[in-house]
Design a protein around this ligand. Structure first.
Ligand code: KG4
Length: 338
């Protein structure tokens, strides 16, 4: 184990975390959500600029809170992808500079491995496991036969589930990010709208959300043209039942086929109350252990990047200073820096 400093800047959170021998010493997060809310989504150019403005302060605060000296850090880790290209560059340049200055290894980390390994702060992972990765930019079902070995068995064919929540929220006039308001309103509503279940009848672990999104957008516009009002809580409930139902259905099929010991939720959408309760209920019925991450683990932060970096440090997965970001990095290629 070692003293690790990790940086996360893949989307709209600037974060620096420090861990020593697996223990989290600091995890400072500066979120840009308020700025992007005005635009109804993340504006990539603004995100990059704000990361550049904030990273120095976040770094300083993380070092002060952890009460360490930068020269004692054993390795500098950073999210290399997936994410917004300009945003990723800010974190990578900062990590490269630190690695060069202090002559320490540079560890590039795949963002989604971070969401998965965030669960190690809660309890040890048990293999084989199924990771249900649901976030604003990705939706994947990942089987891990052993630690740091990822096999994607299903992924979205189009939009990510979080992106779909955000777009549906926008057409319903709800604030960005749309996940939480939809989740809350769904509790007050009933399933009254007949929405299409994506990829119905197909034997696949893949997911798909663009058809569902388009269907709701058209439905809302048609109702508006007829001068009728959408029942927002009912629409939220109908949408959430279908969107989350799809993920839970795939997870049930996967645990049956892959005989996993554990299921973990990962990513921003794992904050969803209906997903959390449904997956828990279904897995407990099947005597499969489930880790439901606490809220601080669901959102983007560098503690999760540091957790993966500890494993990569032991595996000596280090990168040269010439490395670039990879906005579309595939999780199975997490050791490949080409
Ligand atoms: O993991 P994350 O920060 O994004 C990426 O790294 O891609 O997740 C953000 C996403 C947003 O789309 C947001 O609407 C969604 O997570 N989200 C939720 C909830 N809270 C956040 N979606 C559904 N229900 C929630 N309670």
């Amino acid at each position: 184990m070692a003293l690790i400093l990790a940086i996360e800047s893949s989307c709209d959170e600037t974060s620096v975390a420090i861990t020593k021998d697996g223990k989290l010493l600091s995890n400072v997060v500066s979120t840009q959500i308020e700025v992007h809310r005005k635009y109804g989504g993340v504006m990539p150019e603004i995100a990059s600029r704000l990361h550049a403005e904030n990273i120095g302060v976040v770094l300083k605060e993380a070092v002060e809170q952890a009460n360490i000296r930068l020269e004692d850090v054993d390795a500098f880790a950073v999210t290399r992808g997936p994410g917004l290209i300009g945003a990723l560059h800010v974190g990578l340049q900062c990590a490269k500079t630190l690695a060069m200055l202090y002559k320490k290894p540079l560890i590039p980390v795949h963002h989604l491995t971070g969401h998965i390994y965030a669960n190690e702060y809660i309890e040890p992972l048990q293999f084989p496991l199924l990771a249900v990765v649901v976030s604003g930019g990705n939706s994947e079902l990942v089987i891990m036969e052993e630690s740091m070995k990822f096999k994607v068995i299903g992924e979205t064919r189009d939009d990510a589930i979080g992106e779909c929540y955000d777009k549906v929220a926008r057409v319903l006039g709800l604030p960005y990010p749309g996940g939480l308001p939809i989740d809350q309103l769904a509790k007050e509503g009933e399933h009254t709208y007949d929405l299409p279940v994506p990829l119905k009848g197909e034997h696949t672990y893949d997911l798909s959300y663009s058809g569902l999104k388009t269907n709701i957008i058209n439905l809302v516009h048609n109702l508006e043209q007829k001068g009728e009002k959408v029942n927002v809580p009912n629409m939220c409930r109908s949408f959430q039942d279908v969107a989350v139902g799809l993920v839970v259905d795939r997870a049930i099929k996967a645990v049956n086929e892959y005989k996993v010991k554990q299921v973990i939720l990962a990513g921003g959408v794992s904050a969803n109350s209906y997903l959390r309760s449904e997956i828990k209920r279904e897995m407990e019925k099947r005597n499969i252990k489930i880790i439901i991450p606490p809220m601080w683990c669901c959102t983007d932060q560098a503690a999760m990047i540091a957790k993966v970096a500890e494993h990569l440090y032991d595996m000596k997965v280090f990168a040269p200073l010439s490395i670039g970001v990879d906005p579309n990095w595939f999780i199975e290629d997490y050791k490949n820096f080409e």
